[in-house]
Design a protein around this ligand. Structure first.
Ligand code: SIN
Length: 285
């Protein structure tokens, strides 16, 4: 792929690229198109030294699609599209610190997520990303053939498996800032059945679609489902599929939830503050 407006620098063998030469509040259509193509190809993009206002972050996000509102967490009063994630020293829980893909519990899960770093720890607090096209493609053919017909059952809260604290409200027991953002999802659906193998609507490639929201497999006995999910979870996080991003103030990461799992590393005890926007997606097929 040739780029004339931006420089695209892969940061690992199989996923993730740093984009140089793009100020996100001043992208013309041609440059945006290159960014978009690089994003589809590399699955997650990173930008350094961005200085954009909340409204400019929203404007850039809207070029990817409609904003999605988190059903469980309130956004900023003046910009409800933006969820401010804050971790303070002593907070017990780190938002997003298990492998997952965003809003998988929604019948139409998020297409993309953009995270903008405002305050970062001196050490730690990196984010990991894993390429789920490769997670699918590296399975044996008999395994792929079997999984192609399987459906997952996914929930947004009260996890049976995959996370230490089942309820969201308990996870943030020592993090009052985040606990204050929790809201009742009301009539927004927070359970969903999805194909375990999905086809990306734009690239047409197949990927493994699993994460910590996945509780069981439709129609399987619980012990069968648990074994398959455990195997696939481990497989989907193989180091060769991943990259790791070191944040700086002004960094932005933008990932494609249709083919990427990610995980925030809970290895720090300092203040970290980010602004997160998710883009609405379509029903996976
Ligand atoms: C998320 O899971 O959306 C947050 C990732 C992070 O804070 O690094």
């Amino acid at each position: 792929m040739e780029f004339r407006k931006i420089e695209v620098v892969p940061i690992s063998g199989n996923i993730g690229a740093l984009i140089n030469g793009a100020q996100l509040n001043a992208l013309n259509d041609e440059t945006f198109e290159e960014v978009y193509q690089a994003w589809l190809h590399h699955c997650v993009l990173f930008f350094r030294n961005q200085k954009i206002t909340p409204q400019e972050q929203i404007d850039f996000a809207q070029r990817f699609g409609e904003i999605h509102f988190h059903p469980y967490m309130k956004g900023l009063d003046e910009h409800p599209e933006i969820l401010e994630i804050i971790k303070e020293p002593g907070d017990g829980y780190t938002f997003g610190s298990v492998w997952h893909t965003d809003q998988m519990f929604n019948p139409k899960p998020a297409k993309a997520t953009m995270l903008y770093a405002h305050e970062v720890p001196k050490k730690g607090g990196d984010t990991m990303f894993s390429n789920q096209y490769l997670a699918y493609e590296t399975l044996s053919k008999p395994m792929r053939d079997m999984l192609n017909r399987v459906k997952t059952f996914n929930v947004g809260d009260g996890f049976r498996r995959g996370i230490g604290k089942a309820k969201r409200i308990d996870r943030y027991a020592k993090n009052p800032t985040m606990q204050a953002k929790i809201r009742d999802p009301g009539n927004v659906s927070t359970e969903a059945i999805h194909p375990l193998i999905r086809t990306h609507p734009e690239t047409k490639r197949k990927s493994l679609y699993i994460g910590s929201h996945t509780q069981t497999l439709d129609g399987f006995n619980a012990d069968e489902a648990d074994s398959i999910i455990d195997f696939l979870r481990n497989h989907s996080q193989r180091h060769e599929f991943t990259c790791r991003f070191r944040w700086e103030t002004g960094s932005i990461a933008l990932w494609d939830n249709r083919c990427v799992q990610h995980k925030a590393l809970a290895d720090y005890d300092e203040r970290r503050r980010t602004h997160r926007i998710t883009i609405a997606g379509e029903k996976p097929i």
